[in-house]
Design a protein around this ligand. Structure first.
Ligand code: SF4
Length: 229
């Protein structure tokens, strides 16, 4: 059984398929506790019922939309989700899996959308000592990220809130070794248009100077920070 927070039809607002109508399957539960998490109902305080594979596939294919995004929370904590991917592929869906890249799975997937968490994610002052320790022990797995990148198509999305964070991305990329510049995306941290604009005021220049892509969070501009979008 897989705990599901929500299944909905919207428009992808981040990354390579920005603007693409998509069905979203949001699993509930996460092995990390980023302080800035904008889906706490699927991580810090997970909500939703446990569902079987057939009911998840049925709900996701009620729309004919070819693109399905599996997100969370952290979808990779649910072993059975591989069966959902198999069933969706039988129905010719394009699958994007959004993950923090701390758990390796060899599932049917068309785009691994990996968002490795930087040191700026540690929930100091927000979580218990135990969770701070868990978070820091689990978040940095370049070996897993590398494996996922080797399994197929990928994009790397880094959440940044300062120039220091952006410099840490460069260190992280150096650790990874080989990577494709067109698949690396710098994403401003923020859940309001005002916050995103403030971040863009320095990040656009930084991206130009480092030949890396800026990846805005378009759904915030379109819908606000709302569930089901
Ligand atoms: S990995 Fe993602 S879902 Fe989990 S706490 Fe961090 S931001 Fe939230």
């Amino acid at each position: 059984m897989i705990r599901i927070s929500e299944i909905f039809h919207s428009v992808q607002g981040e990354g390579r398929f920005n603007g693409t109508p998509s069905v979203f399957i949001r699993t509930s539960g996460c092995n990390l506790r980023c302080w800035f998490c904008d889906t706490r109902y699927a991580s810090w305080e997970p909500e939703g019922d446990s569902c079987d594979v057939a009911s998840i596939v049925k709900a996701a294919t009620q729309w004919q939309t070819p693109h399905v995004v599996i997100t969370g929370g952290e979808p990779m904590i649910f072993e059975e989700l591989g069966e959902v991917c198999d069933e969706l592929k039988k129905q010719h869906r394009h699958i994007t899996i959004e993950t923090a890249g701390t758990i390796q799975r060899d599932w049917a997937c068309d785009l691994w959308s990996i968002s490795p968490k930087l040191s700026n994610s540690t929930p100091i002052g927000y979580a218990t000592d135990e969770w701070i320790k868990n978070h820091d022990e689990r978040r940095d797995r370049p070996d897993v990220v590398r494996q996922l990148m080797n399994q197929g198509d990928y994009q790397l999305k880094f959440v940044v809130g300062s120039i220091l964070d952006a410099e840490e991305v460069l260190e992280y990329l150096a650790k990874l070794g080989q990577w494709d510049r067109d698949r690396v995306m710098m994403m401003p941290r923020g859940t309001t248009v005002a916050e995103l604009r403030l971040q863009a005021s320095w990040l656009t220049d930084w991206c130009r100077n480092h030949d890396l892509r800026m990846c805005d969070r378009s759904h915030i501009y379109w819908f606000g920070n709302r569930r089901g979008t």
